[in-house]
Design a protein around this ligand. Structure first.
Ligand code: BGC
Length: 418
């Protein structure tokens, strides 16, 4: 019985607007992708055209066996100019939510997943304190229109990621140059007519300043969302790495954990759940982060294949916050789908051990539904349960999708071969 999940456990996949919708032309990332000297491998373009294909996509998720779908609504579409809201964009997301209900999927809505409207980035993005109020106003407006259909709400996706990637050295070396004086920042000046320092888009900017604004924005957004229609749980989602210390690395590990994770976990006070998002582990020695351990398999992202990270981070997040946990992202970039099944199976075994110890884990969303736009790395890493031919937009369901869908239907790992 150890492999069973509680009744009502949420099983699904996750996406974000910019990574799958396509044509997010009014967002700050679109600008970055098209600036000369961009550190993006390729622009997001049409992505998976999910903006138009959501009805078939959502029907497919249900057919596979899932009972939830986590996706984000796009601020750059809903508030294309500061203070001007698009009813057409809100209506679009109402239809997406409606499709989820029609197919029996609980919609988990993320209000901000990395991208912002251009106008916000031009005002200094999250580095500018007033962004917190602007974000809360957008959430309030979105909830007025959509709240009655939302199943759970995530305010900001991974506000700790700008700090995490700096600590972990997760960016490729050429991307590190972005933080000093790279040519693309000059390109900005030309294309946007502002000095580069005025433009701040999520991961590119002063991470500490942005952290404070985002944490304040989160609190204001929870309040705004709670005051609207609907009665659903609200939380934040955090990028958590299984931070391990080896050979005298405890102090470095503890410092990183405090700065990159604890501050954010402490800010969940008053929330209904904490969204755990985990991909791998990070090892620390006395001088800082260590490279992957010899002999450990690597994913397409260059980090270790380490599904056990999920159990460790669920335990950590639950202990620090005392809140129910929702696994809002977990997955692996690989072109070998049998390794994806192995990764998810081991990650889920970790979830069952947490459940057996009485931890309140409410659901599991695999990242991602599709092979999609992996930010600076473009379309090369393939995290998806479903492959997408970007010429024809044809979807091909992978074995891992059928396998996880069957686990979802059975609400159990028992006897699930893959
Ligand atoms: C982000 C996703 C990203 C995924 C895989 C998470 O940090 O929320 O947008 O695609 O990791 O790298």
């Amino acid at each position: 019985m150890g492999a069973m999940f509680p009744d009502g456990f949420l099983w699904g996949t996750a996406t974000s607007a910019h990574q799958v919708e396509g044509g997010n032309v009014n967002s700050d990332f679109w600008v970055l992708e098209h600036t000369p000297g961009a550190i993006f491998q390729e622009p997001s373009g049409d992505a998976c055209d999910h903006y138009h294909r959501y009805p078939q996509d959502i029907a497919l998720f249900a057919e596979l066996g899932f009972n939830t779908y986590r996706f984000s609504i796009e601020w750059a579409r809903i508030e294309p100019e500061k203070g001007h809201f698009s009813l057409a964009a809100l209506e679009h997301y109402r239809r997406v939510l409606g499709a989820c209900h029609e197919h029996g999927l609980t919609p988990i809505v993320t209000f901000h997943h990395f991208t912002s409207p251009r106008w916000l980035a031009l005002e200094g993005g999250w580095e500018e304190r007033g962004a917190a109020e602007r974000f809360a106003r957008y959430c309030e407006r979105a909830v007025q229109h959509l709240g009655d259909l939302i199943g759970a709400g995530c305010t900001i996706n991974e506000p700790n990621v700008p700090l995490l990637i700096r600590h972990m050295g997760f960016l490729p070396p050429e991307a590190e140059a972005v933080f000093s004086d790279p040519p693309w920042r000059q390109g900005f000046k030309k294309s946007l007519g502002c000095i580069p320092e005025q433009f701040s888009a999520f991961i590119f900017g002063d991470a500490l300043r942005a952290r404070d604004t985002m944490l304040r924005a989160h609190r204001l957004a929870v309040e705004a969302i709670k005051s609207g229609p609907g009665d659903f749980p609200v939380g934040i989602t955090l990028a958590l790495s299984d931070m391990q210390a080896v050979e005298g690395g405890e102090a470095r590990r503890d410092r990183a954990q405090a700065e990159v994770e604890e501050v954010f976990l402490e800010a969940t006070h008053g929330d209904d759940f904490v969204g755990v998002q985990t991909y791998t582990r990070t090892r620390f020695g006395p001088d800082g982060t260590l490279p992957p351990e010899e002999g450990v398999e690597l994913t397409q992202m260059g980090y270790e294949f380490w599904p056990e990270a999920l159990e460790a981070t669920i335990r950590y997040a639950a202990a620090k916050t005392g809140l129910p946990v929702l696994v809002t992202e977990n997955g692996v970039a690989t072109d070998d789908d049998t390794r994806r099944i192995e990764y998810v199976r081991r990650a889920l075994q970790g979830v069952t051990r947490c459940l057996a110890d009485g931890l309140d884990v409410r659901g599991y969303c695999y990242w991602s539904a599709f092979d999609n736009f992996e930010w600076m790395l473009g379309y090369r890493p393939t995290f998806g349960l479903i492959a997408v031919d970007r010429q024809t937009q044809a979807r091909t369901v992978k074995s891992s999708a059928r396998w996880l869908g069957a686990v979802a239907r059975a609400n159990s790992l028992e006897g699930m071969k893959g």
